[in-house]
Write a protein that binds this ligand. Sequence first.
Ligand SMILES: C[S@@+](CC[C@H](N)C(=O)[O-])C[C@H]1O[C@@H](n2cnc3c(N)ncnc32)[C@H](O)[C@@H]1O
Length: 182
Amino acid sequence: MKAQPIKTDNKSISNKIFIRKEAIKNLTEVKVLDLFAGRNVLWNNIPTDKYFGIDIVENKGKNLNVDTRKAFDNLDLSQFNVIDCDSYGIAFDLYKKLFKRKDLNSGTIIIYTAITNEFTKLQNVAKKEFGLEKFYNKAPSLFNAKAIEFFYDFLSLNGIEKITFYAIRDKFDKHYGYFTIK
Ligand SMILES: C[S@@+](CC[C@H](N)C(=O)[O-])C[C@H]1O[C@@H](n2cnc3c(N)ncnc32)[C@H](O)[C@@H]1O
């Protein structure tokens, strides 16, 4: 997999907006499904042709107020060409489902947030994917700290050959990036 890091030391929100503008710069139409939409801060700053946000917290932004994980199987992904997954942690469970979806159009851009440190728990989906179930509890911090590496391996195993991202290291390892569905 080719990784193209963008180095920058701006604050997170401006960096997150920057990477989204980069991700969509060649699209003629921008139709966004925002899976963790929050207060819509990021996409309020970027022109779109269509925008649909989801957030579990009521009245946070202009969103469908449901648990994305419960709604995901019923979303029509073919209506969108940008899927934003600005989740807390790393949503291995949703990416796993995403790669299996028949209604995901080729050329769709997936924008991700991947955040980890030694104390953030690796999702069970990832443990299973990498055969870590038996070993994880022996040294969880070791595996947690490597969650972003597991994430990129996971993308690679699912045929993603190129990602673009920038990384920030504070108390957490934070990667903000995007890739395109073939
Ligand atoms: C990093 S914030 C996203 C901020 C957003 N991009 C914005 O522009 O304001 C993550 C969001 O995910 C929401 N969230 C957490 N778990 C969720 C779930 N299971 N389903 C839907 N939203 C969820 C939180 O309420 C929070 O607003």
